[in-house]
Design a protein around this ligand. Structure first.
Ligand code: ZN
Ligand code: ZN
Length: 306
């Protein structure tokens, strides 16, 4: 039987009339029966799409044949089922909202490091590893000894850079999930006087595939129904504990109360016992959704994904 794949990719490139392109691109994705989430902006494209391998192949071929996307890099995962329930293609003003004008990674960005070079450099003196992702992400998994920031959104990153001032003279190795946020985060660091700034090319996802993932602790948070993916097959560990009983678990759910919807680590047993809710009050909430053991719910209407 034909298998499914999930593709993760981005490209900073100039797109004229992105709104028209957004509509055309949605039609194209639908014609291939792909599911996923794609953002299109004047500054480029960022997406995760999932579908049959043959559809993914046709999608990649079409994108690669477009000169605007020359050199695009794909992170390809084989999956048991599509990682999304619907297909969304949206126009936005920025690929990942940072709120800083005039940062073009094609003009200014940190030095790219191939995963194996990143791995070597991590152990060197006067080097700090900087996680530019959000709290919910680095709580599930991160590089050993990485500096993490308590932020809810990427747009909170610039305000945190002040706290990083003492690291100005160090060599900074930045990383994120697939690389897209680092392109801008490192540009912002350089603009603010950090002058020894590197970024993990292709992000954690590529690091895991190319090096076996040594020294990545826990799982890599992803924004689809898998929630967390495995990275490290060399010295894996689990850094999260069940929100209810405290046992070590890397299983993540969304609270079944749609008004809470908090991402929490929760073991299998507590998931059933609390019926997918993070607390007694959430369990008793009027709008609590049915729990099917996955803890993943659609955004918006709150219906359960099968
Ligand atoms: Zn538990
Ligand atoms: Zn809750």
């Amino acid at each position: 039987m034909e298998k499914y794949q999930t593709l993760l990719y981005y490209k900073y490139t100039s797109i004229e009339d992105p709104e028209t392109f957004t509509r055309q691109h949605l039609d194209f994705c639908n014609s291939l029966d792909l599911k996923g989430r794609i953002i299109i902006a004047y500054e480029g494209i960022n997406g995760t799409v999932s579908g049959l391998s043959s559809a993914c192949a046709r999608y990649m071929e079409a994108i690669e044949s477009d000169p605007r996307f020359e050199g695009i890099h794909w992170k390809i995962d084989d999956v048991e089922e599509p990682s999304f329930a619907k297909m969304h293609v949206r126009f936005k003003h920025e690929l990942c909202h940072m709120g800083i004008e005039d940062l073009d990674p094609n003009e200014l960005t940190g030095i790219y490091l191939k995963p194996e070079d990143f791995q070597k450099m991590m152990a060197e003196a006067d080097t700090v590893i900087l996680d530019v992702r959000n709290t919910v992400e680095h709580e599930l998994g991160k590089f050993k000894d990485a500096i993490t920031l308590d932020i809810e959104h990427f747009r909170d990153f610039p305000a945190k850079v002040k706290e990083l001032e003492p690291l100005k003279d160090k060599r900074v190795l930045a990383y994120c999930t697939g690389g897209i946020r680092c392109e801008k985060a490192t540009a912002y660091l350089i603009r603010n006087g950090f002058d020894n700034v590197f970024q993990l090319d292709g992000g954690i996802v590529t690091y895991g595939k190319e090096t076996g993932g040594k020294d990545f602790e826990g799982k890599c948070y992803v924004f689809d129904k898998r929630i967390g993916v495995k990275v490290n097959s060399v010295n894996p560990s689990v850094i999260t504990k069940c929100h209810i009983c405290g046992t070590t678990t890397d299983r993540m759910i969304n609270c079944a109360n749609p008004e809470c919807n908090q991402h929490i680590p929760m073991c299998e047993n507590c998931g059933w016992e609390y019926d997918g809710a993070c607390s007694d009050s959430c369990r008793q909430h009027d709008r609590k959704r049915a729990y099917n053991g996955t803890g993943y719910y659609m955004k918006g209407d709150g219906t359960l994904v099968k």
